[in-house]
Design a protein around this ligand. Structure first.
Ligand SMILES: Nc1ncnc2c1ncn2[C@@H]1O[C@H](COP(=O)(O)OP(=O)(O)O)[C@@H](O)[C@H]1O
Ligand SMILES: [Mg+2]
Length: 472
């Protein structure tokens, strides 16, 4: 779609964008910490931006499949056919190398740049082709932007800088300073209210800028490489803080970065850009485990997988498992067949009760004891499915058994043998068949177990029920 058409299509009379900043969406979001809602906060449809005199012709060529390089003198295609939806309360990361079109894209989202084609809607309302006044209203009431280098006002205090956006919104002084105080505390600058920016470190200045954007109470926050100028430790701290703030304030955040680890850490979903095009949109795990093409695969090669992957994404089906009601003989048979020295024991509804060791089960079998529960011990480690791999290493080192992955009701979902953990880090396929994931290896020979099973067959409790029980 060409931009002149877009303008006609979306020219609307009106006060569409003049609603106050507090919309229904922001109310929903303020319940915070939950997952992103289904409400679409920002939507881009077929967005193009070509810098140059012959934009429309360039767009037509691109639509016909031309690449960026093939445009020649028609112009520079910064963004090509970008379509995506950002849900309210989501952190949506746009990631790509320098020059891939990220800044151009984000500038179209708040109307700083007019698309060459396509449209942007903010909370369902188009922003292409609206009047300058309406656009200002969008930026004031709905969307604020944080840049890599904040333009802090050097002669104003931290407090005044944070409250600056509110001042522009026309909020009375007492009220805006009150709001600023809350935000300053949130961004970890309590006590610095009356200092000037020059008296703060770079990281603290960045917090002031973030605070300013947060203070305006817009629902949507656009952040363009906002942390890229910070040194790594402060940067990590800011990333963690942003995630916390997001949980608390429930904003919709579109975050731009060229750093994949940052993208993976922050993003609920990530859009990967290459040469102006979005080549994949997906959750960090999807992008890591199922890259759409070689480019994305190359990109994610260096990512710190341990931070992104979770227990549930690498776990294996639990094989060495017995129902407690099946008893010692079934447990021993399972361990014999799998040649493992231990088995997980589950009860009703797959609830994990513990583990049994081969030698303990052997004793029960030899004694003709039909009750497995006396052999159950709790010497295993369990994690929930959402635990990142980074949290698992220490546990795995301390545990000879695979880690048990359980849900919140302690139901056994799967297991993570150590070899699986290593394979996941090395991006080696973790199919159970390929590597011996049965841990720990059995110590008692299979024949010995078979013998014990055979010898104990006549013991009172072990006679199969259909034989009518023992008469001895
Ligand atoms: N105002 C402009 N005029 C001409 N070309 C531009 C302009 N802004 C960006 N570009 C070009 O568009 C492409 C994408 O730039 P940009 O959106 O800044 O990428 P990123 O933010 O991913 O580094 C680059 O080739 C850049 O040179
Ligand atoms: Mg940029």
């Amino acid at each position: 779609m060409l931009s002149d058409q877009t303008i006609t299509d979306y020219e609307r009379p009106g006060d569409a964008m003049t609603a106050p900043a507090t919309t229904q969406t922001s109310t929903q979001n303020s319940s915070a910490s939950g997952p992103a809602s289904d409400t679409v906060a920002v939507k881009a449809t077929g967005l193009y931006k070509v810098f140059g005199r012959r934009q429309q012709e360039a767009v037509r060529r691109l639509e016909a499949g031309a690449s960026r390089d093939e445009l020649g003198s028609l112009g520079t295609a910064a963004v090509i056919d970008a379509s995506f939806e950002v849900h309210a309360g989501e952190i949506f990361v746009v990631m790509g190398l320098s020059g891939s079109g990220k800044s151009t894209l984000i500038r179209m989202l708040n109307g700083l740049l007019e698309p060459s084609a396509g449209q942007v809607t903010i909370q369902g309302k188009p922003i292409s082709g609206v009047s300058a006044a309406q656009l200002r209203e969008v930026r004031r009431g709905h969307v604020s932007m944080v840049f890599q280098h904040f333009a802090l006002l050097p002669h104003r205090t931290v407090s005044d800088n944070v409250a600056y956006g509110l001042e522009i919104q026309g909020i009375a002084k007492a009220e805006r300073l009150e709001q600023a105080r809350t935000i300053i505390r949130l961004v970890g600058l309590a006590g610095w209210e009356d200092n000037l920016p020059g008296e703060l470190s770079g990281g603290m200045q960045q917090r002031v800028g973030l605070g300013r954007a947060l203070a305006t109470k817009t629902d949507i926050l656009l952040m363009d490489e906002a942390f890229s100028a910070l040194d790594p430790l402060i940067r990590r701290e800011m990333q963690e803080q942003l995630v916390e703030l997001q949980a608390e304030l429930g904003k919709t955040i579109i975050f731009i970065t060229h750093d994949l680890n940052e993208a993976m850490f922050l993003g609920d979903r990530i859009a990967v850009m290459r040469d102006g095009r979005i080549v994949q949109v997906g959750s960090p795990e999807e992008i890591l485990t199922d890259p759409a093409n070689d480019y994305v695969a190359q990109f994610v090669q260096d990512v710190d997988r341990a931070r992104v992957l979770t227990a549930s994404s690498v776990m294996e089906p639990a094989l060495s498992v017995v129902q407690v009601a099946q008893g010692p003989r079934a447990a021993l048979r399972t361990m014999r067949d799998l040649q493992t020295a231990a088995a997980f024991v589950i009860g009703q509804g797959r609830r994990l009760q513990g583990v049994v060791r081969d030698k303990d089960v052997m004793k029960l079998v030899k004694a003709g004891d039909a009750n497995l529960s006396t052999a159950i011990n709790k010497n295993y480690a369990s994690v929930t499915g959402d635990a990142p791999l980074t949290d698992l290493f220490e546990m795995a080192v301390g545990s000879p058994l695979p880690l048990a992955v359980v849900d919140e009701s302690d139901r056994l979902l799967g297991v993570i043998p150590r070899v699986t953990l290593l394979a996941a880090l090395g991006n080696v396929p973790t199919t159970t068949q390929a590597v011996p994931v049965i841990e720990p290896q059995g110590q008692i020979a299979a024949e010995t177990m078979t013998e014990a099973l055979a010898e104990s067959e006549h013991l009172p409790n072990n006679v199969p029920a259909e034989a009518g029980g023992s008469t001895l």
